[in-house]
Every structure is written in C-alpha cells, then in structure tokens.
Design a protein around this ligand. Structure first.
Ligand code: ADP
Length: 470
C-alpha cells in the first residue's frame, strides 16, 4: 500500500470518528428530559453541542495532522526527488495529456529544443516532435513495447525533433503511459541521436565502400583465374604439340647415330650424342611443363588417407631409395585429409626424392611426420646439404635450380609443382633450412570433412629403407 492510499484511509477513519463523536454529543444534549439526570434549556443544549462538536473536530483535525505527518513528509520527499531527477535528467522529459498538449517540459528538453518551459507548456507537442506514427501505431521494427507496473512503455521510437530556430534533428523516444486521476497522460523521454545517426551513416558508407572494393577484387580475382586458366591451357597444348616433333627429331638422331656411325667422324658423333642428350632434356622440360599445368587444374578432392598415399609413393620410389641406400622414417601416423590423392602423391614424391638427392650423407635420411595442432601440417625432413636462407623463396620458382646438373640431376620444376598443388588445395608450403644442416619442408592441408583430424600419434614408426611397412 502506498503513502497516498494510507493517508486517504487515515483521513476517512478520523473524519468518520469525528463525525460520529459530534453526532453522539449533539444527540445526547437534545435527548428528552426523562432520559437524563440534568435537564437544560434547549438554547444551552445547542450551545453545548456546538462547543463540544468544535472540540471534537479540533481534536480530530489535530490527530489527523499528527498521524498524517510522516506520510506527508514522505510524499514531499518523493516529490522533491522526482523533481530533482526530472530537472537533472540528461534526456529531455515531456509530459503531455490525452490531446497531446504539453503539461511539463524539463530543463534538458529546454536545452534540446531551445524553448523555455513557459513557452511550450500548453502547446501541442507536435511543435517540437514530429512523428511518422502515432503512439500505439505500428512503428518501425526497432520499436519495443513493455509493461512496467501495469503501465505501457514504448521505446526505440524514432522521430524528428524541431528546434526553436526551425532546424530539425533525429530523436529517439521512450513513451510511458500513465494516469493523472482519470486522465490518461504520457511522459516522453527524448534523446538526441544525431551522433548515432552520423556514426550509422559513416558505417554504412564504409560498408558500401568495402562491398564495392570486395566486388572489384572478386572481379579481378576471377579475371586472373581466367587468365591463369588460359595460360595453363596454352602451356598444356603447346607442350603437348611440342612433344610430337621432338619425338621425331630424337628418333632420327638415334637412327643417325646408329646407322651412320661409320660415316661420321669423331666430332660428328660427339655432336650427335649431344643432340640426343639435348632432346632428352627438352623432353623432360616439356614433361615438367605438362605436369605443372596439370597441377594447376582444380583438384579432385576426396576423403584421403595420407598414410595410404605415402605407402604408394614409397612403393614407387622403393628401387631408387634402395639404389641410393637411403633411409625413410615415418614419425607419425598421418591424418586423413580432404585432397586429391594423385596430386598429393606427387607432392610427397617430390619432397622425398629431393631429400635423398640433395644429400651427401651416408645414409641419406628422410623423415615424414605431422605437427600437432591447427592447421593440419605435414613435414618432410632430411639430413641433406641444406638451403641458404636467401634462397628459401627462390627454390619454389619454376625451373629455378641452385646447383649444376652435373652434380645433382633435375629440371628445377619439382618444388614449383609442389607449391602449386598445395595452394590449389588451399594450403601453403614453406621450408626451414640452412646450409649443411638439412632441410625441413612443411605444407598444410584441409582436414577430411567427415572426421575431425585425430592428433598425431608420436613415436618413430619405421626405421630402414622405404617400402618396409610402418
Ligand atoms: P630439381 O629437384 O629438379 O632441381 P626442385 O624444384 O625440386 O627442382 O628444386 C629446386 C632447387 O631447390 C634444387 O635444384 C635444389 O637446388 C634446391 N632443393 C630442393 N630440395 C632441396 C633439399 N631437400 N635440400 C637442398 N636443396 C634442395
């Protein structure tokens, strides 16, 4: 029960008591003579009744005043508090009646709109606030409705505020509905949202710019992809077509060497041998170009067991590894990946062969394993000649070699093919190495979609030559 209600009940009780006492005293004095011990004249009885009624009323009023004192004090305090809040509020507070006439206008509202309370009280609220929708209408989606203590509150209503000088600005309203006596009233909290609107506009402009940059980047990427594809197609066709005449030249050179040996002098034979070797080398280069352009095509990805791919690679490389007296160690059970098994086989095959080839140790050792954590990273490590840091990027360029062919065979295409395949799978490849201290090549791959990649099981799994199982 609130103080107002308590005060009302108390007043009713005291007034009822006073009235009852006054009626009782008057009735007693006016009662017939036989009912009383002392008989008084009517005028004196009336005077006495009026006097005693006055005393009773005075006593009642005093009692009422005293008893209601704490309630009145509390009401005054609460009123003062409300006034202080209204005066000190940062947001504008406007109270209107059911016709939209302004009943109160706090100092913050005065600052916001440039009107004094005296100027605006009594006027229609539309002088300062213009809204699209009346309260209770279907406002924008940002509008929220709630009930507090049985009173309806509508918040998040956007409207336009109009200042005294005619300028307008965006405002956000929170409208609380209440009653003053029987009369429906509204108290509206008005907040200037100019800054927020400007920030929103800036964000929107940034987003639009970002969107257009993204779109132009996407268009450029698509153009680049198309150009790359055309280049790949050209390389493939050109390489393919070059092989045919090369095969003819090569076989004629062979025939010339065999059948015209006696007719050629030493110099002629030497030149013919060089021609055959050059044809072979050209053939290798064309093969690498074909492989490189094939590696650029979209991989046919599937859930792939990398260990099985490695099994196949080691089986194929087995004779070469044995001839070299190499040792291949599998340090971890490799994970399942989302990849093209044939292309992945080329990556592993290239890295393992390089580890054995660019290696002066006896025996040359190559280790394969994977790192813990994300992203899924495979490594191939060797105890070979190493690569100086300044060449770490260059070795991935097409036909780029750090050594002469007399010392280490090759065309210089292997690592660029490796990089192309890994990147086509959405991964990346890099190396850690320094001269004479071996090299480690790392590459990342997407994990298989069906299964969450299991953490690698640690420990040395195989010792000895490749192809001897795990
Ligand atoms: P290729 O093996 O045909 O020479 P690659 O593209 O595979 O071509 O390698 C490019 C160059 O990078 C090699 O010529 C070699 O100089 C260097 N290289 C590659 N792998 C290794 C390695 N494991 N250790 C040392 N050098 C390497």
């Amino acid at each position: 029960m609130n103080d107002r209600r308590r005060l009302l009940i108390l007043s009713v009780l005291v007034l009822s008591g006073v009235s009852f006492a006054a009626v009782a005293v008057t009735a007693y004095h006016l009662a017939p003579a036989e009912a009383k011990l002392v008989q008084r004249p009517l005028a004196e009885s009336l005077r006495f009744a009026v006097g005693s009624t006055a005393v009773v009323v005075f006593a009642g009023a005093t009692l009422l005043l005293r008893a209601s004192q704490p309630f009145i004090r509390r009401l005054q305090e609460s009123e003062a508090q409300t006034r202080a809040i209204v005066e000190a509020a940062v947001d504008g507070l406007i109270t209107t009646d059911d016709r939209g006439i302004v009943c109160s206008f706090n100092p913050a509202a005065e600052r916001l709109f440039g009107y004094s309370a005296a100027e605006i009280v009594g006027q229609d609220v539309v002088v300062v606030i213009q809204r699209q929708e009346p309260v209770g209408g279907d406002d924008a989606s940002s509008t929220r409705r709630s009930s507090a203590g049985g009173r309806r509150v509508t918040s998040g209503v956007e409207a336009t505020g109009r200042r005294r000088d005619g300028s307008t600005f965006p405002v956000e309203l929170s409208i609380g509905e209440h009653h003053q006596g029987e009369r429906p009233m509204q108290t509206t909290v008005v907040r200037d949202i100019t800054d927020r609107k400007q920030a929103d506009d800036r964000t929107r402009a940034h987003m639009e710019r970002l969107q257009s940059v993204t779109e132009s980047l996407e268009a450029k990427a698509a153009e680049l992809a198309r150009a790359n594809q055309e280049l790949d197609d050209f390389t493939y066709v050109a390489s393919h077509d070059l092989k045919e005449p090369l095969r003819g030249i090569s076989s004629y050179c062979g025939i010339l060497l065999e059948e015209y040996q006696t007719k050629l002098d030493d110099n002629g034979r030497r030149m013919m041998s060089t021609l055959v070797a050059l044809c072979r080398r050209l053939d290798d280069l064309i093969d690498d170009l074909l492989t490189y352009s094939r590696a650029g095509r979209a991989p046919e990805c599937a859930d792939t067991d990398l260990d099985e791919v490695l099994d196949g690679v080691l089986e194929t490389l087995g004779p070469a590894i044995d001839a070299r007296g190499g040792v291949v160690r599998r340090l971890d059970i490799l994970p399942r990946v989302e990849a093209d098994p044939t292309l992945l086989g080329m990556v592993l095959s290239n890295l393992i062969s390089n580890g054995l080839k660019f290696n002066d140790h006896d025996p040359p050792v190559v280790e394969i394993g994977c790192l813990e954590g994300e992203p899924l990273t495979i490594f191939v490590r060797d105890n070979g000649i190493g690569i100086a840091e300044k060449h770490h990027e260059a070795v991935f360029a097409m036909f780029r070699r750090l050594h002469g062919r007399q010392k280490y065979e090759g065309t210089g295409a292997g690592l660029s093919i490796v990089r192309r395949i890994v990147e086509r799978h959405g991964g990346r490849v890099w190396l850690e190495s320094s001269l004479a201290s071996g090299s480690t090549f790392f590459f990342t791959l997407p994990p298989a979609r069906r299964t969450v990649a299991e953490p690698p099981r640690r420990g040395e799994l195989v010792l000895g030559a490749a192809g001897q199982g795990r």
